[in-house]
Design a protein around this ligand. Structure first.
Ligand SMILES: Cc1ncc(C[n+]2csc(CCOP(=O)(O)OP(=O)(O)O)c2C)c(N)n1
Ligand SMILES: [Mg+2]
Length: 605
């Protein structure tokens, strides 16, 4: 499906953590049968942080299935384990397995699971609980780590959870989990394995189900009157706009989106909350990728006669802002299956968008069907507009004259150091402007964290870099210092497992996003904006972020605060990553966001 899929997933770095073989024995335990079923799902890795509640399953993964497919990836925090699976899924569209300890491990994992839920990515989370039978519970600790309904902790932001009470039920639960998590809209699923189920001896391994007969369903292609009506609207449109939201990493689907836009001459907007969905340097690309539409993008959406949303995140809010609170004048076509997972707890479903036509389909399935119908109605495409004047990063000479590193200069120096080599931008910080980098392939940019939960950056970067390890792309994550500090120990897993990765820290020594919020409040209340940094700045002492990286075996460079040193620092970093290292460059940047983001926070646009 993408340029990593053809390569074997088991590659460099996988020779580590080989267990010595167990002596031959006819004895079996429940967790052996569960591990055997897990192996049938053919998932390459299981990210975990250990815990006694799943010591049975842990033993079976190591000693019964030999720590291969899945192979363990030890993480230093459960949030990192989930974030790693999240990053992996953003590249591959496929689930990894994660195991977390009873109660407390799952509690640590919750924010990351919420991020994965909001980002609609698949993953299979396994957990455990102390003995359900109270008579068998070890004193104290096993009582603390047993809950009546552990799944309740995360039920509001998972697609499904279960606590099977037999081996047969556990097998079925794993098959069902695998199907549900991969059916769009994707989302995390959770299976809680109680201690007895894992640790009771069993007479024989039950037969394994035929996994192929329990595959996730193929996405439905839209057809019939709604499809024809949508195609007619689009074929006749004079000023069509496409809002290209949550789309896949499939290069063929990418090409089909371009063909659709060209067939009707639609102006296309992209979103930085989602991965790259349309080439930013295409003449029809009109705005983004940004968190909110730029004024020019908003004007186009307001003036459009037909708006096609390809699973655009927060369509209602976007249209409301673009049309200054009014309903859009143009017809709206919504292509999304997202409503299948909307529930009463989480408002991540956003406002209710006006939709004159709804195609309950995944964008990848809907675009070819729409294209075929449109071509029938309107065989001749409109001429493309001239190339757009995209600003791009400041020129190299700016590094010579600047006295301080503004965030756009990171792009300038990175571009120079990469010298045209293909990269995947795994993550970009809030301070990154939409004009700084072009995306020409679905793996050029992977989007954001889904749930806005800070601390996911390092873990997601490791998971994405693992999925990109055998591709020709250099994985780059540009992270805020706050995000980095909350998840920094995720990097150890990358070093341990030989996963090359470049992390650039846009280190403004602050949780700066919230300085802007304090400024806004101060302005509203006529109070001193000079105080906005109090309770926000991460200074005195400044933290040596490169040393935190080095302490875990990464190459750590910085802090770099001289603009003239930036290209050399990035060149050294790129060479380190090419040599297989995890490299962190701590860059002291000036506090400040791109104009659009600043305006959005200060003026609530
Ligand atoms: C878990 C969590 N805690 C707090 C917040 C609120 N928050 C949003 S952005 C942000 C600042 C992030 O700091 P950093 O990563 O350094 O980025 P910067 O804004 O400085 O560019 C905070 C604290 C959050 N979104 N998630
Ligand atoms: Mg910061």
């Amino acid at each position: 499906m993408d340029d990593t899929s053809a390569r074997p997933i088991e590659a460099a770095g996988n020779e580590i953590d080989r267990p010595v073989p167990s002596p031959p024995s006819a004895r079996l335990w429940g967790s052996d049968a569960i591990a055997a079923m897990l192996r049938e799902l053919d998932i390459p890795y299981v990210a975990l942080n250990p815990g006694s509640s799943y010591r049975g399953l842990h033993d079976s993964v190591v000693n019964y299935i030999g720590n291969t497919r899945p192979r363990m990836l030890l993480c230093l925090h459960e949030e990192s384990a989930i974030a790693l699976a999240h990053g992996w899924a953003k590249v591959t569209g496929q689930p990894l397995a994660v195991i977390v300890h009873a109660n407390v491990g799952l509690m640590h994992a919750t924010m990351a699971i919420f991020n994965a839920w909001c980002d609609r990515v698949p993953m299979i989370v396994l957990g455990a609980t102390g003995a359900v039978d109270a008579v068998r519970r070890r004193p104290w600790i096993e009582w603390i780590h047993t809950a009546r309904d552990q799944g309740a902790l995360i039920r509001n932001y998972t697609k499904w959870d279960d606590q099977p009470s037999s081996i047969g039920a556990a097998q079925e639960a794993l098959l069902r989990a695998n199907m549900i998590t991969q059916t769009a809209p994707s989302g995390p699923v959770y299976i809680n394995l109680n201690l007895e189920l894992q640790e009771d001896e069993i007479a024989a391994a039950p037969p394994l189900p035929e996994t192929a007969r329990f595959s996730p369903p193929a996405p439905l292609e839209p057809a019939g009157p709604s499809l024809r009506a949508a195609a007619e609207l689009l074929a006749r449109a004079e000023r069509p706009v496409i809002l290209a939201g949550r789309c896949s990493r499939d290069p063929e689907a990418w090409q089909r989106r371009i063909a659709l836009a060209e067939a009707i001459g639609a102006r296309v907007m992209t979103d930085r909350k989602a991965g790259a969905a349309f080439p930013t340097d295409h003449p029809l690309h009109a705005a983004g990728p940004a968190t909110a539409l730029s004024p020019a993008g908003a004007a186009l959406a307001a003036a459009a006669d037909v708006i096609l949303s390809l699973d655009w995140i927060d369509l209602a809010g976007t249209l409301k802002a673009a049309c200054r609170g009014q309903l859009p004048a143009g017809k709206v076509i919504q292509v999304s299956v997202d409503q299948y997972v909307h529930n009463g707890w989480s408002m991540d479903y956003q406002g209710l968008p006006p939709a004159d036509l709804c195609l309950l389909a995944d964008p990848d399935a809907a675009v070819p069907a729409l294209f075929t119908e449109i071509k029938r109605l309107r065989p001749n495409a409109r001429p493309l507009p001239g190339p757009r004047d995209r600003r791009g990063p400041p020129p190299l000479s700016a590094l010579e004259t600047a006295s301080i590193i503004e965030v756009p200069l990171l792009a300038t120096a990175l571009k120079k150091a990469l010298a045209g080599a293909p990269v995947s931008m795994i993550r970009l910080p809030l301070s990154w402007g939409e004009h700084l980098w072009d995306f020409r392939h679905p793996l050029d940019f992977l989007g954001a964290d889904g749930g806005g939960g800070i601390g996911s950056g390092p873990g997601m970067a490791v998971g994405a870099a693992l999925a990109l390890r055998d591709s020709d792309r250099l994985p780059v994550a540009v992270l805020g210092d706050g995000d980095f500090l909350m998840g920094v120990t995720a990097l150890w897993t990358a070093v341990r497992n030989g996963i090359p990765l470049l992390v650039v820290i846009a280190n403004n020594r602050s949780f700066f996003n919230d300085e802007l919020h304090q400024e806004r409040v101060a302005r509203e209340r006529g109070r001193p904006v000079e105080n906005r940094w109090i309770g926000q700045a991460i200074r005195d002492p400044d933290i040596d972020l490169a040393a935190m990286a080095r302490a875990q075996g990464c190459t750590g460079i910085g802090p770099v605060d001289d603009p003239r040193r930036l290209v050399a620092a990035f060149t050294e970093a790129v060479a380190a990553v090419r040599a297989g290292k995890v490299c962190v460059v701590d860059v002291h940047v000036a506090a400040g966001y791109a104009t659009e983001a600043t305006t959005a926070i200060l003026h609530h646009r």
